[in-house]
Ligand binder design. Structure first.
Ligand SMILES: NC(=O)c1ccc[n+]([C@@H]2O[C@H](COP(=O)([O-])OP(=O)(O)OC[C@H]3O[C@@H](n4cnc5c(N)ncnc54)[C@H](O)[C@@H]3O)[C@@H](O)[C@H]2O)c1
Length: 339
């Protein structure tokens, strides 16, 4: 299938390009490079063994999107393009709604104009907010607690309404838990700009000496070691889930079911740090700080629906996630900046 991958130069997008190419699809990346490097697409093409064009454009530009869809005769769209830093979204809600929700309106418009009817959307476990119980299933109520999460909830509603409007649009809303790790080659990985917002890239930058210590937000949570527990998912498992999602969309239009993508088990911050120390063979200094507003003790997914609908299950464990993340960081200490 010819697939336009929006946000294809980013962390999750670039790994998905490789999985798509390996599965025999023909991906094209579109990205405005606000949080990414064109080098990630070049490296993905090398790993996937085929040329992958990069269109540099903003997803809010519906005309540019429509042109790209037509020019590359796209049959499906995977929409990763969004801003994702929770703390920044609290300070800049207009920017986040404009980019994430405005971007998704433009994507749906361009798809309609170009007659493209298959959409895989990057949603997030953030839409659940503070869940009443774990594991979290897809029918748990949505109740995001920050502007970033609100934009994902709004996009889900928008896509559900667009599918229900009677056309042939078929969509899947994939709610990611905590994607981490890197391609096992060490060529592709996570290279955030500025201070990392998530645990694994932070740990990784401490391990490589770019930062002195890891802040641990609360060590008094009601968990076995007092630190928060999350459902970490290897980025290549996530990439493979997108290949499976394209297959599942062939069934026809009018629907936008949500699927959790995780492993179904949780690991604490201390467990992640210990596993990373083993992978890197060096200590990772930590400092306990106060809890962050809006955090919860334990979050992990019920992945039964994804297994049923996609025939997919995560296969890689925390050891592989840390070993692969470390390999990328060690071989690219300054990320993609050095070439
Ligand atoms: N990484 C996570 O922990 C996580 C968890 C849940 C959901 N998600 C979602 O998955 C998607 C991908 O996340 P990621 O971790 O790869 O982030 P990322 O920042 O690495 O990738 C997003 C990409 O989209 C591009 N982009 C942003 N706005 C754009 C615009 N207006 N036009 C064109 N390109 C634009 C960026 O340059 C970047 O390459 C996002 O939608 C994110 O919200 C990520």
């Amino acid at each position: 299938m010819r697939v336009l991958v929006l946000g294809g130069a980013g962390f999750l997008g670039s790994h998905t390009l490789v999985a798509l190419a390996e599965a025999g699809h023909a991906p094209v990346a579109l990205d405005n490079l606000v949080n990414a490097s064109a080098r990630a697409v070049e490296r993905a093409a090398g790993l996937g063994g085929r040329a992958i064009p990069l269109v540099v454009a903003d997803v809010r530009d519906a005309a540019a999107l429509e042109r790209a869809l037509r020019e590359h005769r796209a049959e499906a769209v995977i929409h990763f393009a969004a801003l994702k830093a929770v703390a920044r979204s609290v300070r800049e809600p207009l920017e986040y709604f404009d980019n994430n929700v405005g971007g998704t309106v433009a994507v749906l418009r361009a798809m309609q104009q170009a007659g493209v009817e298959r959409l895989v959307f990057s949603s997030s476990a953030t839409v659940y907010g503070v869940p009443a119980r774990v594991p979290i299933a897809e029918d748990a109520p949505r109740g995001a607690v920050n502007p970033y999460g609100h934009t994902k909830h709004a996009c889900e509603l928008l896509i559900e309404d667009a599918c229900a409007a009677g056309g042939r649009l078929a969509a899947l809303l994939l709610r990611y838990f905590n994607p981490v790790g890197a391609h096992p080659s060490g060529r592709l990985g996570e290279d955030p700009r500025g201070t990392p917002d998530n645990l694994m890239p932070f740990v990784s930058q401490v391990a490589v000496g770019r930062r002195p210590w890891l802040p641990v937000f609360g060590a008094d949570w009601p968990t076995p070691d007092g630190t928060c527990v999350r459902d970490y998912l290897h980025v290549m498992d996530l990439a493979e889930a997108h290949v499976a999602a394209l297959g599942a969309l062939e069934g026809g239009g009018g629907r936008a079911p949500a699927l959790n993508l995780g492993t179904g088990r949780g690991h604490s911050v201390r467990e992640v740090v210990a596993e990373f120390e083993r992978a890197a063979g060096r200590p990772i200094p930590t400092r306990v700080e106060g809890r962050r507003a809006g955090d919860v003790a334990v979050l992990y997914a019920d992945c039964g629906r994804a297994a049923q609908v996609l025939g997919w299950r995560a296969r890689r464990d925390l050891r592989a996630m840390c070993a692969d993340a470390w390999r990328f960081q060690r071989e690219n200490p300054s990320g993609y900046a050095a070439g």
